[in-house]
Design a protein around this ligand. Structure first.
Ligand code: FES
Length: 588
């Protein structure tokens, strides 16, 4: 087959590049090319340093070695090879002098560096280097590599990292990954890149190799695996649980794994371990999105660590609560909460009991509501809106308690996944865990109010929706947590779009330094808000407190905000992937 030669392009006149000097030439597609006139010969290279994009025309040349003036990476001027470890080679071009004109052959511009850039991302994940991660992701996306491949690498890395660490703190990373991916799908361009980079950063860290887990030998019945898992969960033996789960997988009992993990996680002894249900919910979502092949290591290892964690002797309140919930288990086991259909119930009495700082009253209210046939989704909605309402009203002068309030919210919302991937009974038991969380947060100084009472308030005094969004974003930017809640409520009272406002608040949060921390809550609010704008009353449609989802989020965003320009690495990475030098970016 005849090879088509890549075209030659006239880039400059010989007189444009004085002897011993360098000159940057901008091509029609925006790329910057460096020309060097050295010892009577013209050399042409990409002007963008492959490290971080500094213009190489500002570098120094000695003995055929071009050295970048920023961080000192050096390259073979003729062939482009980089002499430093962890740096891409530089693209160089053939040069032809035609009379008094300089022509260069641009060569094949098709993207061919997928593997290199995936390796770069892997290096960034191991070294936790924000720039390397952002650059690799920007280059991969710009080269047309599907996002799925990038995400799969993150998951592989996270699986390795969790498997080689000894605690369960990494459950938070799982929550951030899956939340980040879900939030990212709602945004485009630079916003999407920052979510991906943020998500990748939240899984970055050292990951050691470990011995492969192998299934138990011999014929093993799935009932035995379930029984052993329950025993090891009771005894706090995570490693043994992992082997049981791995065996179940190999025996093709995959469908039983998540329900089994859930079944152990909702046991009374795990009251107070709210991250169990939140993390299991996220693991279940990872399996739903990426399949078992990609998720098994992560699910077995983290799942085993969660339900196999060792527990200290509970303090008095927790010991009493464990006993109380244990006494209620036979009734829950005998019931069928999935069949519950009642939508209208005395929600204010329920909320009152939950907020009473009396665990007996609180658990009795949950048991009564289940017994009265209240729809599980309806009870979960109450708990979600109660958490949002508390976020909307918590005093921000001292410690607003954002950590525990967002746990209340995310735990309550995770019960929907528990019902879907576990069972109605599991979600029903999960309600006691959510109720316990509210009880445990009784130190928060938030007055009780009826959740069904109208929120009241006036209308935001602005010209139009655009101006309303602007006012609220300004309050978030200036950390005005005192006023932003009222403004959001008044914005919604004026019937401006909550969807749009949520999208904009989400974007502002993503570009802050706190972005990894906020992803799970942002993802929950997106989903709950969306459901509450639908037609299902069990999911909050028409509920008088639904505005508190956005009010609480805005106050949270304004109060925890820390912006040291975390977006700069992402922005620079995007420009870098487009071929711009740092000087081009600066001039823009
Ligand atoms: S060495 Fe060139 S930009 Fe860092």
């Amino acid at each position: 087959m005849a090879r088509t030669e890549s075209p030659w392009t006239r880039v400059a006149a010989l007189t444009d590049v004085a002897a011993g000097e360098a000159k940057a030439i901008r091509l029609g597609d925006g790329r910057s090319i460096a020309l060097f006139n050295l010892d009577g010969r013209i050399y042409a290279t990409d002007n963008q340093c492959p490290h971080m994009g500094y213009p190489l025309t500002r570098g120094a040349i000695r003995n055929g070695i071009l050295t970048c003036d920023w961080h000192g990476r050096s390259f073979d001027l003729e062939g482009g090879g980089c002499f430093n470890y962890e740096c891409d080679d530089l693209q160089t071009f053939s040069v032809d002098i035609r009379g008094s004109e300089i022509w260069i052959q641009l060569g094949d511009t098709r993207y061919r560096r997928r593997d290199e850039h995936l390796r770069l991302m892997w290096e960034g994940l191991l070294s936790e280097d924000r720039w390397t991660i952002s650059k690799a992701i920007a280059l991969l996306l710009n080269g047309g590599v599907p996002e799925k491949e990038i995400v799969e690498m993150m998951l592989r890395h996270l699986g390795r990292r969790i498997a080689s660490s000894h605690d369960v703190g990494d459950g938070g990373s799982v929550s951030r990954v899956i939340s980040g991916l879900k939030v990212g799908r709602r945004y485009d361009g630079a916003d999407r890149l920052i979510v991906l980079a943020t998500t990748a950063r939240s899984v970055a860290g050292k990951a050691a190799e470990r011995l492969e887990v192998v299934p138990l030998p011999g014929p093993v019945a799935s009932e035995s695996i379930a029984g052993w898992t329950r025993t090891f969960s009771h005894d706090g033996q995570a490693g043994r649980i992992e082997r049981c789960l791995f065996t179940a997988y190999h025996l093709d009992h995959k469908d039983k794994i998540l329900p089994l993990l859930y079944e152990c996680a909702v046991e009374p002894r795990f009251l107070g371990f709210s991250d169990n249900l939140i993390s299991l919910g996220r693991l279940a979502e990872i399996v739903e999105s990426f399949g078992w092949e990609q998720s098994s290591e992560l699910v077995f290892n983290l799942g085993a660590k969660l339900i196999g964690r060792r527990r200290d002797e509970p303090e008095r309140f927790r010991r009493d609560a464990v006993g109380l919930m244990t006494s209620m288990i036979p009734d829950i086991e005998a019931s069928n909460p999935s069949a519950n259909k009642v939508i209208d119930y005395d929600e204010d009495a329920f909320v009152n009991a939950l907020s009473s700082a009396n665990v007996q009253k609180s658990f009795d209210a949950v048991a009564r509501a289940l017994d009265a046939g209240v729809h599980l989704d309806r009870l979960i909605t109450t708990l979600v809106l109660l958490a949002a309402d508390r976020m909307a009203r918590t005093p921000v002068k001292v410690d607003a308690g954002w950590g525990v309030l967002t746990t209340e919210l995310n735990l309550a919302a995770s019960l929907r996944t528990a019902a879907r991937r576990g069972s109605g009974r599991i979600a029903a038991k999960g309600l006691f865990h959510a109720a316990w969380q509210v009880f445990a947060d009784r130190w928060l100084n938030i007055p009780v109010r009826p959740l069904t009472a109208p929120l009241g308030g006036g209308k935001l005094d602005v010209r139009d929706e655009e101006a309303g969004v602007h006012v609220i974003l300004e309050s978030i930017a200036s950390l005005n947590a005192q006023d932003v809640g009222r403004q959001v409520l008044e914005y919604l009272n004026a019937r401006y779009s909550g969807d749009r406002l949520l999208h904009e608040i989400g974007r502002a949060m993503l570009w802050d330094d706190t972005n990894t921390q906020v992803l799970p809550t942002l993802s929950t609010i997106f989903e709950e808000w969306e459901a509450s704008t639908g037609s299902d009353p069990a999911r909050g449609a028409g509920h008088p407190a639904r505005a508190q989802l956005l009010v609480g989020l805005a106050r949270y965003a304004a109060d925890i905000r820390a912006n040291k320009d975390s977006g700069s690495a992402t922005n620079t990475a995007m420009r870098f992937a487009e071929g711009k030098t740092t000087v081009d970016v600066f001039e823009e």
